[in-house]
Design a protein around this ligand. Sequence first.
Ligand SMILES: Nc1ncnc2c1ncn2[C@@H]1O[C@H](COP(=O)(O)OP(=O)(O)OP(=O)(O)O)[C@@H](O)[C@H]1O
Ligand SMILES: N[C@@H](CCO)C(=O)O
Length: 298
Amino acid sequence: MSSEAFRIKLPATSANLGPGFDTLALALRLYLEVEAEAAASFSIEASGRNQDICGALEGNLLLETYSKTLTAAGRPVTPLRLRVHNEIPLGMGCGSSAAVRLAGVSLAAHFGGLGWDGARILTEASRLEGHPDNAAACWLGGFTASGMDESGVQAVSFAAPAEWRALVVMPQKPLATTASRAVLPERYSRADVVVNLQSVALLTAAFAARRADLLVHAMRDRIHQPYRAEVCPLLPALLPLAGQGGIPGVALSGAGPAVLALLASEEDIAGACERIREALPRGETVEILACELAPRRE
Ligand SMILES: Nc1ncnc2c1ncn2[C@@H]1O[C@H](COP(=O)(O)OP(=O)(O)OP(=O)(O)O)[C@@H](O)[C@H]1O
Ligand SMILES: N[C@@H](CCO)C(=O)O
């Protein structure tokens, strides 16, 4: 067990990127920062987005993950004084739950003296998530491909082109990942699976080869986006922008409801925001976050 203070900073992530359902994700330069020290009782000082949720002592995913992980490991739950600064939108498809679960597991590993390495922390958080894509990109940074089986998570990350930018287009209301997974079918046709296999391979190659021109083909998806359009109405409105002036690729961000637009450079941001606003359903109010891509963790 350790009584030393602990600090962690983890990025937002956009998972799937179109075809890579539960597999691919990209880290974004928006962060969750948690500082903790052992104390006589739990307290949280929250700043940034969603302070009500991030600062709650009841039903807080950070505290739940921390306590659950220590209890499962047979260790006492040391009360903590926490400072949480959050820039990641909650329930929008930007990996907020993966970041907070990784933070909670890391706190447990530290204060419980569990002796877990990074791979174990990533595996524990991914199991709590039910899929490794967000957690892998959050933990490793960059562009990440990941898989998970009973032995744990296997994940590889590499640096995404630093000059590319992400626009995250968010509606007013969040959508829980569980609700967005509930609309997906159990089975797919061979034709749909083949399209996604081709796209995943092409998309990974497009990031590695820094080929923004391939994104319009490589971000095609038939596994989750067609079904999620009903609960993510920004998607059908914005998907047709892919491949048009200054917006090489468009996909649902994670489980939605936000939409991710990938741009080849900073200069394209203003024009892309204008086209996105023109394409929105009438009366739809959105927040558009322009993000740099987060580097690979060293
Ligand atoms: N910093 C945080 N503090 C406390 N709870 C959080 C925090 N971040 C996320 N959560 C919890 O996670 C929920 C959102 O998780 P959910 O999996 O539904 O969406 P997401 O992770 O934001 O999006 P996606 O999984 O599609 O990328 C919030 O409603 C909240 O309960
Ligand atoms: N791959 C996950 C990401 C959201 O957590 C999904 O699409 O449901």
